[in-house]
Design a protein around this ligand. Structure first.
Ligand SMILES: [Zn+2]
Length: 427
């Protein structure tokens, strides 16, 4: 299939191409229905509304969400432990579920009987998956939902799925070659490993394998890794963002310029400390209200940091887009008595297009904290260039601490490196 064919059409055309007014009206309508249903059937939601002094009838638009508290992942795990298995968020008896999973936390994740329960089909279609595709799904199929979560939507789109699961790289290569596999689902770093394995076996992944399209999730995808894999296989690689609790939350289209919000949830970006609603371009925590009648999580804080844009996208989809996932909220650290939040640092570094990934390393020498910003720069100017003083003073303005800078080559920070690494010891 050509990329033009893979880029045409929409999965939920009316929703995905809605005008700003229609998008707002759609979300308001879904939210009103959700509030009424969840208040009636999910005791945890009843409790949450009652404590906030809010009635379902008070929720007429997404703006009214600000009257309700946020539930963090840690709180969800606590609620589940106090009131097993679902903490009062499930609206049906457990025997009406299709499957139940357990994620680290531990957190139980329900799957209702409706097809496409987790809503990844929009994302697969936008990436370019079509019914002609034969797809290996390399996510795990046991205990955690990943494998089946993606499989349900691949089947819904009409693809043929080979549930290869995790590992067995040699067999994955053999299957890809013998079955003419055109699609991959899994982690980008694993796809690179498959490609490297094929090369060791004397194959040229571009000529000897038929991979055209890939969908990756579960780790931060750097431009370097994406380009490497796309080049290695001669394919298109797109990513989605979601969680085990919520399913799909955002996905890339063919344009590769951010991840469109799903139409199956309402997404807010909130300041992790004050819970203030952030506007376009302002980093904050991804908070989700899930339009799911079985498991209606309301203002669920994912712990992931991101920012969004409302700039038009050439694909025709009108939903806002997450620009990128910047790390985890809970990586906050105290340096010289000042709190350093990953999102503050991300906001500062985002102003410098010359810098790719970055990492803050905190050390302690002679009882004094020291903070080094490692910056990946492809074409780093020589030392003494004014850019370094500009970066240093921007960090000082944003974080109130003076950093050391260390310039490193792109790729050296690793694919899923933490934003803050604390190397201090306290003996
Ligand atoms: Zn788009």
């Amino acid at each position: 299939m050509t990329l033009i064919e893979r880029s045409s059409g929409y999965y939920h055309e009316e929703r995905e191409t809605a005008s700003a007014e229609a998008w707002q009206a759609y979300h308001d309508r879904r939210l009103r229905g959700l509030a009424k249903h969840a208040y009636q059937f999910a005791p945890a939601v009843t409790n949450l509304f009652d404590k906030a002094g809010v009635k379902p009838a008070d929720i007429s638009s997404v703006k009214d969400l600000e009257r309700l508290p946020v539930t963090t992942k840690t709180q969800l795990a606590q609620l589940q432990a106090e009131n097993p298995p679902f903490g009062g968020f499930l609206t049906v008896p457990i025997n009406q579920l299709k499957r139940v999973f357990m994620s680290p936390g531990p957190i139980f994740d329900p799957q209702g009987k409706a097809t496409e329960f987790w809503g990844w089909s929009e994302g697969f279609y936008a990436a370019g998956f079509r019914p002609q595709d034969v797809v290996i799904n390399t996510f795990g199929y046991q205990m955690t939902p990943a494998g089946l979560m993606f499989e349900e939507s691949l089947l819904d789109v009409g693809c043929c799925v080979i549930p290869t699961g995790v590992g067995n790289t040699e067999t994955q290569v053999k299957i890809m070659k013998e079955l003419g596999v055109t699609g991959f689902v899994g982690m980008a770093s694993y796809l690179r490993k498959i490609g490297e394995h094929a090369i060791v076996e004397g194959l040229d992944p571009k000529k000897d394998l038929s991979l055209e399209i890939g969908y990756v999730a579960a780790e931060i995808l750097t431009d370097t890794l994406r380009s490497e894999v796309e080049e290695m296989f001669g394919m298109r690689l797109r990513q989605g963002y979601g969680t085990a609790d919520c399913g799909c939350l955002a996905y890339e289209c063919g344009e590769r310029n951010g991840m469109h919000f799903t139409s199956n949830a309402y997404i807010e970006i909130l300041d992790p400390r004050t819970r203030e609603v952030m506007g376009p371009g302002e980093p904050g925590e991804v908070v989700v209200t899930l339009f799911n009648s079985i498991y209606p999580l309301i203002r669920f804080a994912t712990g992931d940091l991101s920012a969004f844009t409302v700039e038009p996208c050439a694909c025709g989809r009108t939903a806002p887009r997450l620009t990128k996932i910047m790390g985890r909220v809970d990586q906050v650290t105290k340096v010289k008595g000042m709190f350093v939040h990953p999102q503050q640092a991300s906001a500062v570094i985002a102003k410098f297009s010359q810098v790719g990934k970055f990492q803050i390393v905190v050390t302690r020498e002679n009882e004094v904290d020291s903070m080094t910003f490692k910056l990946e720069m492809a074409q780093a100017p020589p030392s003494g260039d004014p850019i370094y003083a500009e970066i240093t003073s921007a960090i000082q303005d944003g974080i109130k601490l003076r950093p050391k800078l260390e310039i490193v080559t792109p790729g050296s920070l690793g694919e899923d490196a933490d934003i803050i690494v604390d190397e201090r010891t306290w003996e």
